[in-house]
Design a protein around this ligand. Sequence first.
Ligand SMILES: [Zn+2]
Length: 508
Amino acid sequence: MPLTLRRGRNLRPFRRRKAALLASAVSVCLLAAAAPAEPLGVGDRLFPTLGNPGYDVASYDLSFTYSGKNDKPLRAVTTIDAWTTTGLDRLNLDFAHGTVESVEVDGRPAAFAGAGEDLVITPDRPLPRGSWTRITVKHTSDPVSAKGRDGGWVRTTDGLAMANQADAAHLVFPCNDHPSDKAMFTIRVTAPNEYTAVANGLPTGAERVGPATTWTYRTQHPMATELAQVSVGRSAVVRRKGPHGLPVRDVVPSADRKALEPWLAKTPDQIAWLESKVGSYPFETYGLLMAQASTGFELETQTLSLFEKDIFTKPGYPAWYVDSIMVHELSHQWFGDSVSPRTWSDAWLNEGHATWYESLYAQEKSKRPMVDRMKAAYGASDRWRADGGPPARPKPPAPGQKISIFRPNIYDGAALVLYALRQEIGTRAFERLERDWVREHRDSTATTAEFVRLASSVAGRDLTGFLQPWLYGEKTPPMPGHPDWKSDRSAKESKRDKRGKKGGPGWE
Ligand SMILES: [Zn+2]
């Protein structure tokens, strides 16, 4: 919510416009009428038009009405309470996949137009800097995928779920769709009585009127739009207690409840294990949403992680592997959700840490040594950097493919950076850093530079020179304590060189 975000260049025209606004009330209307609607962004190098300058959202109130058919648009009302950080004669929201019926600003009808993936709103009077404003948008929310776009609603065999990471929340509802602007959420879903709706946070009520029930959920912590979750399905909600009485609730297809119970029963111990590593669980509840859909990924939606049901019920995945995926999504609740990336280039802080705890869990519980995985990662790291960029400066996504920034360079490639850091500063300092990191940035956002600063402070020496090439270098630096570790690429190159010199036959 409170932003210290460095705004992009887009902020300046607003400032200039505001100065003009103060000069004359008449020119306000002329300016607003004359300026063409244009998409804006907050200057994220990977997603230039995500987010919008000039305001911070404090809260979203999302209302969806589900008909029972998941190929039909939902009726929706999105109400946003925001604080203006500059004077605004108009304001952009991200919204790209639905029909807007009406917009009100502070209770008065406002003009609106689409521009790129933005909804550009012109209030009937300019909004002064440093004031609260309430924007209400009546719209539809279309669960049928936008052409050429991944994400947003996920259609399951019995309803809907949501997967908005990284840039797809605005395919579902109008928002400031950037993790730097976290906000509180109230989510209401009205659905036919035979369905169960669950969303992030805790329930505040379910009201049955005739053939439909309205379910309401509210978050107790700020959340990024990319982490919103709404499940509608023929589901059972399974409740149990986690550590310190934490309410744990899983959402599973009613018919599979019994078969899934052995997996669900693992969550409290996994939470306790992670708490022993990094400190107390950061939210009001946790649980697994097991969706009947093939997404090809699992997702750490806040307080309710999304999983494909099949990874638990179909043979083929070893138990230790499924356990480690559960721990991966769970650890994101600390790394990625409670502490969100300030920009998408900081996503290695999410995935590197989630991969780290996934691997540490496999080491401690299933005797799969982390050092083996890290040695293999070291071998591949130069190739990953060439393909996807260094961990903290990933290459941009391919057009329309939001998940294409999620490459090995920010998973095992980033866990390898953490491994190098632990080798360099020692296990005790590293463990303290991890605890301090999630405590200091809890319910907020953080940058790579802040991680380097905290690591330096915990280690008692400046680690910039050490971490810079690990985070931003084209080549993987030597691994402290493992001078024998080699990149596969350089190993291959040197073998090829030798072969070339000998002029002998290929060895593969
Ligand atoms: Zn992850």
